[in-house]
Design a protein around this ligand. Structure first.
Ligand code: E4P
Length: 219
């Protein structure tokens, strides 16, 4: 399973890529706004921090505009992945962009039928928004399972499932159990994945016992 970092914060990305755990980055207009920085400069910088795909989202609402913006974004760096909303116009843009060999992440997916359309349009990634579905009182994980089943039913659909809007460690585990190809994860959730109280307790005991021996490993 691949892990993408879900942020436009360059310092955060720099710190997290040092672990070797980050396979790519996803941004969206809200994350760019939160960064307070210029879109193009930010995407350019992020693309130097990872060789993996960096999703940059179009903001036009018509297919022609999305294609123009997508091609502009792709010129920023080879690893830019064009992020397109799951609208009718977005599907048309996905078809054109993917036909020209550009990777496309189709975002704002909230139903299995939408995911089926995106795959048929040529999406490289489909981004089901788990947390936002949970927010409505439904179970976001059900959608991941449904999409996995549908895509597996039709091997010619090679779109990867990118679990998005991940809010906690359980979302990551369940996405992995259900066979999502990628999870895009906020830095705080990625860091929380390593935590277990028994690890901390066990390490403290090992260190206390080690200290009592008076030894050191290095001469
Ligand atoms: C990533 O591609 C999505 O834009 C992001 O995961 C959305 O997350 P949110 O629902 O927490 O804003």
């Amino acid at each position: 399973m691949q892990f993408f970092l879900d942020t436009a914060n360059v310092d955060e990305i720099r710190a997290m890529t040092a672990t070797g755990l980050v396979d790519g980055v996803t941004t969206n207009p809200s994350l760019i706004a939160k960064s307070g920085r210029d879109l193009v400069q930010t995407i350019k910088e992020i693309c130097t921090l990872t060789t993996g795909p960096v999703s940059a989202e179009v903001t036009a609402s018509d297919a022609e505009g999305m294609v123009k913006e997508g091609e502009f974004l792709r010129d920023i760096a080879d690893n830019v992945c064009v992020k397109v909303p799951l609208t009718w116009e977005g599907l048309k843009a996905t078809h054109v962009l993917s036909g020209k060999g550009h990777p496309v992440n189709v975002t704002l997916c909230f139903s299995a039928n939408q995911a089926l359309l995106a795959a048929k349009a040529g999406a490289t990634y489909i981004s089901p928004f788990i947390g936002r579905i949970d927010d409505t009182g439904a179970d976001g994980m059900e959608l991941i399972g449904e999409i996995r089943t549908i895509y597996d039913n039709y091997p010619e659909l090679d779109t990867q499932i990118l679990a998005a809007s991940i809010r906690n460690v359980l979302h990551v585990k369940q996405s992995a159990l259900l066979g999502a190809d990628v999870a895009t994860i906020p830095a705080n959730v990625l860091q929380a994945l390593v935590k277990h109280p028994l690890t901390d307790k066990g390490l403290a005991a090992f260190m206390a016992d080690w200290e009592s021996t008076g030894q050191s490993i290095l001469p």
